[in-house]
Write a protein that binds this ligand. Sequence first.
Ligand SMILES: *Cc1c(COP(=O)(O)O)cnc(C)c1O
Length: 365
Amino acid sequence: MKSVRMFDYLNQYQDIEQDILSAIVDVFRSGNLILGEQVESFERNFSQYLGKGEAVAVNSGTDALLVALMALGIGDGDEVITVSNTAVPTVSAIRMAGATPVFCDVDCNTALMDVDLLKGCITNKTKAIVAVHLFGNVVDIDQIREIIKGKNISIIEDCAQAHGAAIDRKKVGALGDVSAFSFYPTKNLGAYGDAGLCYSSDHLLIKEMKKIRMYGFHKSYYSEREGINSRMDEVQAAILNVKLPYLNTHVDKRRKLATLYNELLSSRIARISVSSKVDPAYHLYVIKISDRELVRSNLLSKGIQTGVHYPYPIHLMSGYNFLGYTEGTLPNTERLAKEVLSLPLYPGLDESAVYSVCDVLNSIA
Ligand SMILES: *Cc1c(COP(=O)(O)O)cnc(C)c1O
């Protein structure tokens, strides 16, 4: 049997190879390798894709979160509420800014922040909420806004897994005060290296983020504030400019494959649920299964790769012991870490692979 991989970009690359190569050659011949035309046009193109705001291209999704937090003035002594059921970078960005992450438990059905528990996490030190649209599913930002009304708390959307997702027909990224995207190769829009982007409709925030990504410079060699070095390079921007026009088609393909999984999988198999208001971007297709390791090895023996996002809740990792969380404090997050299983899903995946995966799963689960 043909093996089924978790992620493979080579099919897609073949289709656009000539465009990618000529875009790269154009950069090399332009005489400008950093913060040039390609970055500027990608910032314009991606913000047009999202809405009416502006974008600041940076070096990674982690940096996009960090730069956003710094621009909001968040640092030492401040608390930032997020979830432990996310990729580690969500939390490491908060720590790099100097703030303290406070974890809100998630809803077991959606795997997203349980907004009903949010109120209990807010203190007078809370300065921001990082809402993570995990798996391409969407957190109800309006509901969060309602809860924090009248408080000086900013909403940052972590859109690293959600390019193209929407709620009430509104695209994620334009729902909060500022948002962070990653273009890590496996994401819904992937560069061929590291890249990220901040988006906001707040022009002052955009100006701050542009300074922060380059040593705090306002003009050459003059730091108007403290900054870092986090620039998207021209080569990655050129590649992203070639790939952006395919994003909608690729998200549609993900939705099509997910719909097929929904139809083919036995009703005995639990999945992540999606609100009827949400058009998910299906960065990952996730099921919940109790004897996960057995099922995984069974699939692997048939040549089918799977993933686990994520096997360890961040609050229980030794690297984050110092935050003081213990086992049992975030029961839904801890339970999901034991049960979630991600099935192969990417735009270049053949529908026949979904049939194979479901055949195996339905026969053993
Ligand atoms: C990938 C990811 C990030 C970090 O993006 P990088 O570009 O790898 O730094 C942040 N948050 C989430 C939820 C992610 O999946």
